[in-house]
Design a protein around this ligand. Structure first.
Ligand SMILES: Nc1ncnc2c1ncn2[C@@H]1O[C@H](COP(=O)(O)OP(=O)(O)OP(=O)(O)O)[C@@H](O)[C@H]1O
Ligand SMILES: Nc1ccn([C@@H]2O[C@H](COP(=O)(O)O)[C@@H](O)[C@H]2O)c(=O)n1
Ligand SMILES: [Mg+2]
Length: 236
């Protein structure tokens, strides 16, 4: 749990402090570690966050596999695309800009997306996060590191042939404004130009797990399962 700890008197016992912080339901900053910086504050024992980025082209099966990972390993699933679509639906100040960007298959400014992710992380009781469809660009990646202040533990890459991705997206039938051939072509170009460099970056850092994203959903999950099974004992 990521809890922000209020600055309270150092004379208060640590257990009372923990109870008070819990009652206040304030959350530990994901950015600067306010808990460590605040004078006289003893932070309650927290679990270290375990962050997985889930990457792959449009229709490669990221969302589908995230559902299985959540069911099997108890992660919180944060889909960047879903968070952006929620902003559109709620008619937020950025809604129109986000809608136009998604229709064009382009990438929403990183600060907008990272803030949405940050808010969800802070609200979550979970410490294990699957961040789906993010980072899509080097700018996304750098912005996350700057604002959230942590790096992912694992990066999954669902590697799927373009022809299969196009077929899946055109059959998805969820009423998405970007599930049409014109936008898919643009999204594939963006994926090649802007997302592959991020994938290469994590490959060089030894964090990348590439999944061959063809076959049935269950067959693909059998490639994913051992990755998280290996971490399960250390992550909890
Ligand atoms: N292994 C599979 N075989 C066939 N169809 C699949 C497979 N995995 C997922 N699908 C279907 O393909 C479509 C796209 O899958 P999904 O939404 O999981 O992809 P995604 O990577 O999240 O795409 P996007 O980036 O566009 O959100 C969905 O309709 C899903 O049911
Ligand atoms: N980091 C991101 C993620 C998504 N977008 C925009 O949303 C569209 C749909 O995303 P999915 O993950 O649901 O496929 C995507 O094509 C982008 O327009 C984004 O800008 N930044
Ligand atoms: Mg998706």
């Amino acid at each position: 749990m990521w809890r922000r700890v209020a600055s309270l008197s150092s004379s208060i016992s640590s257990s009372l402090l923990a109870q008070t912080a819990s009652r206040l339901n304030t959350w530990e900053s994901l950015t600067t570690g306010i808990a460590q910086q605040a004078k006289g504050v003893i932070a309650p024992k927290e679990k270290t966050p375990f962050i997985t980025f889930v990457l792959g082209g449009p229709g490669s099966g990221k969302g589908t596999q995230c559902i299985k990972i959540v069911e099997t390993f108890g992660f919180a699933h944060l889909s960047a695309g879903d968070l952006l679509r929620r902003e559109i639906a709620s008619k937020s100040a950025d809604g129109d800009m986000i809608l136009n960007t998604i229709k064009e298959g382009k990438i929403v400014p990183s600060q907008v997306t990272v803030k949405l992710i940050q808010k969800e992380m802070e609200l979550s009781d979970n410490h294990k996060f699957l961040i789906d469809g993010f980072p899509r660009t080097e700018e996304n990646r750098v912005s996350f590191e700057r604002i959230i202040g942590v790096e992912p533990n694992v990066v999954l890459f669902f590697d799927c042939p373009e022809e299969e991705m196009v077929k899946r997206v055109l059959n998805r039938n969820e009423g998405r404004v970007d599930d049409n051939l014109e936008t898919i072509k643009k999204r594939l170009t963006v994926f090649q130009a802007l997302s592959l460099p991020v994938i290469n970056y994590y490959s060089k850092r030894g964090k990348l797990y590439t999944i061959k994203a063809i076959g049935t959903e269950d067959e693909i999950f059998e490639q994913v399962r051992p990755i998280f099974a290996a971490f399960e004992r250390t992550v909890g």
